[in-house]
Design a protein around this ligand. Structure first.
Ligand SMILES: CCCCCCCCCCCCCCCCC/C=C/C(=O)SCCNC(=O)CCNC(=O)[C@H](O)C(C)(C)COP(=O)(O)OP(=O)(O)OC[C@H]1O[C@@H](n2cnc3c(N)ncnc32)[C@H](O)[C@@H]1OP(=O)(O)O
Ligand SMILES: Cc1cc2nc3c(=O)[nH]c(=O)nc-3n(C[C@H](O)[C@H](O)[C@H](O)COP(=O)(O)OP(=O)(O)OC[C@H]3O[C@@H](n4cnc5c(N)ncnc54)[C@H](O)[C@@H]3O)c2cc1C
Length: 664
């Protein structure tokens, strides 16, 4: 039987080349080919099914994680997948697992902080999965404050070993993914003590479990920390707890690129900055920005397709009701999220470039761009994950009642995504790092040090403090120079205001504590400027395909103008725009919504997500929502029997008792 495309009418209206847009979204023709091939491979393999995840018990769910990980590894070997293909495989399997931490943090930490000798010893074992590693930094008592960690690694010169110990309950390692049940090894961040002196936090490779029977080694207490938010979701991950009771490891298992301990127990600091101990977090924060575009685009794809299928009110003369996507309020909530998904994609691409650049410089002992890389990764991780978490929830609401069903895919997506606002650095704590960087930049203005990179605009601070926005008609808001000037003026004015207010306090520390809410807002303004700037730069490149650039430009304008609308308090209070110009933003936004409306199904098709990956009846490619929702309901285990288990025990006696009472 021929499949009906319920969204066919929508697809017939699309004004741009969707296939060309798929290439832009994927990054290149080759990346699209890899992504497409691997997504189909996963979708067609029954071991990777995920439609039952929300009804599995925790043990069953974890068992599927182990099965899927082992099967993925087998396929990687059999098919000789490249690193890029393997990473796509993990993406489409779409189930958080210990492998993420092994490949995503354990290996990068050894690469970034280990000496050549240490890399030679540990990396081949890790690459062949002969050991499984995790990243154990956070403790019960401290996560954000890394310098407050309590686990100790005390050097014993008699035996040439470190003694790992958990001196307090709060020093128990708590949260590391993969630690609870799967890992054989961990990168333990712990205070280094030599000769009674505390040298702060350093990384150590520690074996936790036997490679023969997986039992914990002597002196090690280890387990899972318990069930987390939401059905399925992040519960496939074995986040763990770990305590050490005087566990000994050889001296050469301290990662020694940044600093070393000699055979005699002498502590040596190399020229490499101490902050490199935090380098793995910079790497992962950068990947989290691209992940945000994936999670948001997935939710937006579901909400957009469903909004085109769903009809409510507005029927005239018995004709069809209005598609909910045609309500301006629906567009005003949905289209900025669609635009944000594209914006995060492009800023993620740029951040990857920045990270590669800083890594190459670090290898050549050039550490000059590290502060900017830290500020950009911290700030953009914070901005994009907060907006994505809120955006997924907004998409659920955009789908009305059916969005609350697990079969919409949205509850699980929300539950699995929201910890991104916390892990790899709490979003507020990270924004405070950005504001510290901004305050330093402002304090150096006029000192001869020219601001560079993402703070280069601060070089024109005098102009930015008093310039006026050049918008008279709504269309003026379409000029990239006008948008950039407004965002730059807002960011500069907010940072300068904070710096001026800070100077009124007797100490910098007191000022930072008192003004932290304002500082966070200044950091957000700076990060939004980065996203807008990178999107505009992307549009300056050649982008082939009929109508593709026009659609991307419309989305860029929607992204920027919807932010001006949302934060108009900032723009107005700082005198960057007038109330009249703020109202022209809304006029222009409405016109942009009308421009993208016929194309939105094409814009979400361009993500090229399979139905397997989306995991949503509401977001099905063919839009065949109602029969499938109806079918799915009958699969619920509660519907296995017509009369529920427990009827005789609970319902019947109640009914009978009521009957007796009624007779009395
Ligand atoms: C099937 C096979 C598949 C194969 C493929 C698999 C692919 C895998 C994909 C990978 C996916 C990854 C999944 C990730 C899952 C997430 C799991 C979660 C993990 C974690 O959460 S790990 C723990 C993270 N913890 C944190 O983030 C803690 C946050 N806190 C901090 O970062 C810091 O403590 C701090 C920054 C908040 C403050 O630190 P501190 O007090 O020491 O620093 P100061 O504020 O005093 O600053 C001192 C100066 O140092 C600079 N600084 C700080 N941090 C950095 C840094 N990271 N880099 C560079 N510089 C840094 C400050 O700016 C200060 O500088 P100044 O010049 O002196 O001002
Ligand atoms: C799902 C998940 C997976 C994780 N995986 C790992 C892992 O693999 N390895 C690992 O080591 N860790 C892991 N973590 C731990 C994670 O990195 C930390 O939870 C995170 O860094 C936040 O630290 P915290 O829990 O100490 O929060 P806290 O710092 O206690 O935050 C609590 C509140 O205090 C606020 N706050 C804290 N400091 C300040 C400040 N200076 N100014 C203003 N407000 C402040 C925060 O904004 C927040 O609102 C994971 C966490 C989760 C949720």
């Amino acid at each position: 039987m021929e499949e009906i495309d319920h969204l066919g009418h929508e697809r017939s209206k699309i004004e741009f080349d969707v296939e060309a847009m798929k290439i832009v979204w994927a990054g290149s023709q080759r990346a699209l080919e890899v992504s497409d091939r691997i997504s189909r491979l996963v979708a067609s393999d029954p071991i990777f099914r995920k439609d039952d995840r929300t009804i599995l018990s925790r043990k069953e769910l974890f068992n599927t994680t182990l099965r899927k990980s082992a099967h993925a590894w087998k396929r990687i070997i059999e098919l000789r997948l490249t690193e890029e293909e393997a990473s796509r495989l993990r993406f489409y399997i779409d189930q958080p697992a210990f492998m993420d931490l092994h490949w995503g943090m354990f290996i990068p930490a050894i690469k970034g902080q280990g000496t050549e000798e240490q890399q030679k010893k540990w990396l081949p074992l890790a690459y062949k999965m002969q050991i499984i590693g995790c990243y154990a930094q956070t403790e019960l008592g401290h996560g954000s404050n890394v310098q407050g960690l309590e686990t100790t690694a005390t050097f014993d010169p008699k035996t040439d070993e470190f003694i790992l110990h958990s001196p307090t309950l709060t020093s128990s390692k708590w949260w590391p993914g993969g630690l609870g049940k799967a890992s054989t090894h961990a990168l333990i961040y712990s205070r280094l003590i030599t000769d009674g002196q505390d040298h702060g936090v350093h990384g150590f490779i520690v074996q936790l479990r036997s490679l023969d029977d997986h039992l914990p080694l002597p002196g090690i207490t280890i387990g899972d920390i318990g069930i987390k938010f939401g059905n399925g979701a992040y519960n496939s991950m074995d986040n763990g707890v770990l305590r050490f009771d005087h566990v000994r490891i050889p001296r050469d298992q301290m990662l020694m690129r940044v600093s070393q301990v000699t055979r005699e127990g002498k502590y040596l600091q190399s020229d490499v900055p101490r902050q490199l101990v935090y380098g793995t977090m910079v790497y992962v924060r950068q990947t989290i920005v691209s992940d945000a575009s994936c999670a948001l685009s997935r939710a937006v794809c579901i909400a957009t397709r469903y909004s085109a299928v769903r009809r409510q009110f507005g029927s005239q003369d018995g004709g069809p009701e209005t598609q909910v996507i045609d309500y301006k309020t629906q567009q005003n909530r949905l289209f900025p999220l669609l635009a944000s998904a594209y914006a995060y994609r492009f800023v993620g691409e740029w951040l990857k470039w920045l990270y590669t650049d800083v890594t190459q410089r670090l290898q050549a002992n050039d550490f000059s761009t590290l502060p900017e890389a830290h500020a950009c990764t911290a700030g953009l991780k914070s901005l994009t994950t907060s907006a994505t978490a809120d955006g997924i929830e907004e998409c659920r609401k955009l789908c009305g009642g059916h969005g609350y069903l697990c079969s919409s895919g949205l509850p699980e997506l929300f539950a699995v995504y929201i910890p991104a606002c916390t892990y790899e650095g709490d979003n507020i704590v990270l924004l405070l790092q950005v504001s510290r960087f901004l305050m330093k930049t402002v304090s150096q203005l006029g000192s001869g040090i020219k601001p560079v990179g993402t703070t280069a605009y601060m070089g024109q601070v005098e102009h930015l403090m008093q310039c006026h926005c050049d918008v008279q008609r709504a269309e003026d808001w379409l000029k990239p120079s006008v948008i950039l000037a407004a965002f730059q003026a807002r960011a500069a004015r907010m940072s300068v205001a904070c710096a001026q207010n800070l100077s009124k306090f007797s100490s910098q520390e007191e000022g930072f504590a008192e003004l932290s809410a304002d500082l966070v807002e200044a950091a957000v303004a700076h990060c939004q400027l980065i996203v807008v700037t990178k999107y505009i730069e992307k549009l300056q490149q050649a982008i082939p395909g009929k109508g593709v650039k026009e659609q991307l430009a419309a989305l860029c304008n929607i992204y920027a103008l919807s932010l001006i609308h949302k934060h108009q308090g900032d723009f107005l209070a700082n005198g960057c725009i007038t109330p009249k110009q703020a109202s022209l933003v809304n006029w222009q936004l409405r016109s942009l919504y009308a421009q993208v409306r016929p194309n939105v199904i094409g814009l979400v098709d361009a993500f090229n997500y399979t139905d397997h990956y989306l995991g949503s009846i509401l977001g099905r490619y063919d839009g065949n929502v109602y029969p499938k929702l109806y079918e799915e309901a009958w699969k619920d285990p509660l519907n296995d029997s017509v009369v529920p288990d427990g009827y005789h025990e609970f319902i019947r006696p109640m009914l009978k008792q009521q009957l007796r009472t009624a007779r009395l």
